[in-house]
Design a protein around this ligand. Structure first.
Ligand SMILES: C[S@@+](CC[C@H](N)C(=O)[O-])C[C@H]1O[C@@H](n2cnc3c(N)ncnc32)[C@H](O)[C@@H]1O
Length: 254
């Protein structure tokens, strides 16, 4: 399956909007580390603008970040490389802890990616990986529907990306992928994570910074973009639900 590179050039938008949701999600994942993070050699793989890396650094890890997109790698604080998680430029066992927040769900071959994350983790070290469950938060659909009323049509790459995400959108399938990737033991939890985003406007700001929607909204006349945003806020409010996406989180021991 051929995916283009939808995250190219998106570092600022990701840091500005998506991080509202991905920051708390990263902290939730990092908190699952089976050992003290202070002092460990850690890799934030598929770092984006550095949500997980920030949590790792705050906890005292010696951090390196990697992302396929050079502008993401430039954006993050500290040492970083532009690299693919399926072919990382690190020796075997280089890290005690590898965090892959919402990147395995981007891979056409998630087992290959997980095996590479395992390779760079020392024996007895841990890989923390998260994906979204196929059980989609209503707020996401609410914003997407408003965008569609304004003419948004999902690009083909987004359908490809969703197919990748669905393939690892559940605890059982992630467990099967971990086994195939050669991990020796793991815990996988699939549950809603309350991000503390109580304001519908913040949920909309996060959602509209996703690469597929961000490019569309940015191309609209300013007035129409403002209308879309206001309607999306009302649509999220109308769901009547706290925004708590269902997330699959894996703690896998190498
Ligand atoms: C959904 S974002 C998550 C970013 C960050 N981990 C976070 O939680 O905010 C996915 C990130 O993975 C990166 N990515 C996608 N495929 C990748 C690959 N094969 N190798 C490395 N990075 C990849 C994208 O460039 C993007 O920055």
């Amino acid at each position: 399956m051929a995916l283009t590179r939808p995250y190219a050039g998106q570092a600022e938008a990701w840091a500005d909007g998506a991080a509202l949701a991905y920051g708390p999600l990263a902290r939730h994942l990092v908190a699952r580390s089976p050992f003290e993070v202070a002092g460990v050699r850690a890799l934030d793989a598929g770092a984006g603008s550095g949500a997980a890396g920030d949590a790792l650094r705050a906890a005292g890890a010696q951090l390196v970040s990697a992302d396929r997109e050079p502008d993401m790698a430039r954006w993050v604080a500290g040492p970083a490389v532009a690299a693919d998680v399926t072919a990382l430029p690190f020796r075997d066992g280089a890290f005690d802890l590898v965090v892959a927040a919402f990147v395995v769900n981007h891979l056409p071959d998630p087992v290959r990616g997980l095996a590479e994350l395992r390779r760079v983790t020392r024996s007895g070290g841990a890989v923390l990986a998260s994906t979204f469950s196929v059980h989609r938060a209503p707020a996401k659909g609410a914003v997407d529907q408003v965008a569609a009323r304004h003419g948004f049509v999902a690009p083909a790459w987004y359908a490809d990306l969703q197919a990748c995400a669905h393939a690892v959108g559940g605890a059982r399938v992630v467990e099967a992928a971990l086994a195939e990737a050669g991990f020796v033991r793991w815990t996988v939890v699939e549950e809603p994570v309350d991000l503390g985003l109580d304001e519908p406007a913040d949920v909309v700001r996060y959602r509209l910074s996703m690469p597929h929607l961000h490019r569309f909204v940015r191309a609209l006349p300013v007035r129409e973009a403002q209308d879309l945003e206001a309607e999306a806020v009302e649509a999220v409010r109308a769901t009547g639900e706290t925004f708590a996406p269902v997330v699959v989180e894996a703690v896998a021991i190498a």
